[in-house]
Design a protein around this ligand. Structure first.
Ligand SMILES: NC(=O)c1ccc[n+]([C@@H]2O[C@H](COP(=O)([O-])OP(=O)(O)OC[C@H]3O[C@@H](n4cnc5c(N)ncnc54)[C@H](O)[C@@H]3O)[C@@H](O)[C@H]2O)c1
Length: 252
């Protein structure tokens, strides 16, 4: 039996850490060829070694997702190396500055929206440029529980993740005419460096876990499993949807 993504070309941003990293490893194990991206070249080289050890063809291109020329070059490099883009996972993002709206500034707005909303917009634009011509493709964006709910201590993150859900639905509707499916996953707290930062240190993660019905935070692999499902041939009639991966948090 062949692997689920045998020889498919998968592009992942934010691939050197956390959820993007777990997705890269999971796609490699399923036979994919990978164009992985991040901002840290050393971390990119380490990731390439690991993906190649799994038998995957892989290449790393450094890209800041809020810079349109770098995003365009990343997508073009994927096509130059592998000839196409079958799957794209837009995982690059950051939590931004937390705290009261009264303490937020144009700078905290801009830095959070640049990485999350502008970055997702630019990735969608250039991925669609290729996929619309191919007349096939699947894109998975990274939202959050905060993409559809409020959080008084994270107004910039909440608003930028709502923007990602808006882009997901709008571009999914356009994608239907090109046989391109666009969906998002909306994780709850997941054990990555980002969660340690949000919690104010790894020592505070158990207190976060206590607020989750499942009684624990999620693992990056559990989000990767949902990403692979949405990108797979088992999800061909799923379009413009936001799949919660949150240990029951939004069932409360
Ligand atoms: N960890 C969680 O609890 C959680 C929950 C919900 C949603 N998410 C979302 O999942 C995605 C991945 O999060 P993670 O937990 O793996 O975080 P992480 O911090 O571990 O990894 C994110 C990666 O994205 C990169 N990145 C950030 N801004 C970038 C930019 N402007 N250009 C290029 N790369 C950039 C970072 O350098 C890092 O390598 C994010 O979009 C995040 O908002 C995470």
């Amino acid at each position: 039996m062949s692997a689920r993504f045998q020889d498919q070309v998968v592009l992942i941003t934010g691939a050197t850490a956390g959820i993007g990293y777990a997705a890269a490893v999971a796609f490699a194990r399923e036979g994919a060829r990978l164009m992985v991206s991040g901002r840290n070249i050393e971390a990119g080289k380490k990731l390439l070694t690991e993906l190649q050890a799994l038998g995957a063809q892989a290449e790393f291109v450094r890209a800041e997702v809020s810079d349109e020329s770098q995003v365009a070059q990343l997508v073009d490099a994927c096509v130059a190396r592998f000839g196409r883009v079958d799957v794209a996972v837009n995982s690059a993002g950051l939590e931004g500055q937390g705290g009261s709206i009264m303490d937020q500034t144009v700078d905290t707005y801009t830095s959070t929206f640049n990485a999350n909303a502008l970055g997702t917009f630019l990735c969608l634009k250039h991925e669609m440029r290729v996929m619309s011509k191919q007349k096939s493709g699947a894109i998975v964006n990274l939202s959050s529980t905060m993409g559809s709910r409020g959080n008084a201590r994270a107004p910039m993150y909440v608003a930028s993740k709502h923007a990602i859900e808006g882009f997901t639905k709008a571009v999914a509707l356009e994608g239907c005419q090109y046989n391109v499916r666009v969906n998002a996953v909306a994780p709850g707290p997941i054990a990555t460096e980002m969660l340690d930062r949000i919690a104010g240190g790894a020592q505070n993660v158990p207190a976060v876990a206590a607020t989750i019905p499942a009684g624990r935070v999620g693992e990056p692999q559990e989000v990767a499993d949902a990403i692979l499902f949405l990108a797979s041939a088992q999800a061909t009639y799923i379009m413009g949807q936001i799949l919660a991966v949150n240990g029951g948090k939004t069932a409360m």
